[in-house]
Each structure stands twice: as C-alpha cells, then as structure tokens.
Design a protein around this ligand. Structure first.
Ligand code: APR
Length: 167
C-alpha cells in the first residue's frame, strides 16, 4: 500500500522517480503546471511528447525527464477532463488519469511519484471534488509505487487535498 502525502510547492522541485504533468492531448506543452514542467525539462520534452502523442483524456504516457533538476527518471503526461458541469463523464476521466498514471509508473518500476492537482486549473475542475477523486482513486488502486506525493501549488488546493480523511 502506497503512502500518500500532501505538500505545498512546485512539482518541478520534487525529488521523486517520476513527476506527472497535467498535459493537453498534443503532449507538446501548454500553460500551468505543463508550462513549468516543460520549461524545466527543456525542449526535448515537447519533442518526445510530440513523438508519442496524442494522448486521450484519461490516459497517461511516459517520456524521459531530460533537463529536470533535481533529476527525475520520467515525466508521466496525463490529460484531464475539461470541466463542463459534471454530467459528461468528467469524474471518470479524472479518476482514470490517476489510475493510468500509476499503471504506467508500475510498468517502469517507479517507486515514488508526484502528482499535481490535475484538471483544477485551466480545465476548471472544482478543487474539492477533484481532490476527493484524487485521494479515493489513489487509495483504491493497487500499485507497487511506495510513495505518492500530491503537490499543491496554492493554499486552497493544499487544504482540499489535506482535509480529506484517508479514503
Ligand atoms: N507545481 C505544482 N502544481 C502547479 C504548478 C507547479 N509548478 N503550476 C501550476 N500548478 C497547479 C495549478 O495551480 C493547478 O492546481 O496545477 C494544477 C493544474 O492546473 P493546470 O496546470 O492549469 O492543468 P489543467 O487544469 O489540467 O489544464 C491543463 O492547461 O497547461 C495547460 O497544456 C495544459 O492544455 C492543458 C491544460
């Protein structure tokens, strides 16, 4: 069973085997956490992403992490749902992002992983429901990953991710 912890900070500074970025389907980079990760990893990340993309919403794909420092082994790109009111399968797609990212991590022998609050920025997913889906999905998914770190970039997200009793 993985340990799940919540921190407040910049995911590009995490010392883990892999960091997850909240990507768009092209995997060519974008704004938000994707911009931070691509900026830190350098232009080869977009080249590698473009070579394996597109990535469907709810799916996850891995590339090397290139120039990220502190060095990590992989970047896992996952595409969250664009929030459209909640009646269009958004919750299932978001849960799939966390589940598929762990499956990809297991296939690469990853033992520690950092996640941002997927879909809660530009894609507009309400923070508290998204935090609950993250915690519940991660707690319910069998994985060989030993440490899962949820990295909040702001206080509201940190509170939402921390308030939840372990699922
Ligand atoms: N470290 C950790 N979290 C961060 C960082 C960072 N350096 N920068 C932003 N975040 C947080 C945001 O504050 C938000 O809580 O990541 C969360 C996800 O927000 P977005 O990055 O906007 O991702 P998302 O809502 O999934 O939208 C994805 O935006 O960046 C583009 O290419 C991306 O088109 C895609 C869309």
């Amino acid at each position: 069973m993985a340990v799940i912890e919540v921190v407040l900070g910049d995911i590009t500074q995490e010392r883990v085997d892999a960091i997850v970025t909240a990507a768009n389907e092209s995997l060519l980079g974008g704004g938000g956490v994707d911009w931070a990760v691509h900026s830190a990893a350098g232009p080869r990340l977009a080249q590698a992403g473009g070579a394996i993309g597109p990535c469907d919403p709810g799916d996850a794909m891995a590339t090397p992490a290139f120039d990220l420092y502190p060095p990590v082994k992989h970047v896992i790109h996952t595409v969250g749902p664009v929030w459209d009111g909640g009646a269009y399968g958004e919750a299932d797609i978001l849960a799939s992002c966390y589940r598929r990212s762990l499956e990809v991590a297991d296939s690469l022998g990853i033992r520690s992983i950092a996640f941002p609050a997927i879909a809660t920025g530009l894609y507009g997913y309400p923070v508290r429901p998204a935090a609950r889906i993250a915690r519940e999905t991660l707690a319910a998914t069998a994985t060989k990953v030993e440490l899962i770190r949820l990295v909040a970039f702001d206080e509201e997200t940190y509170e939402a991710l921390s308030d939840l009793a372990p699922a």
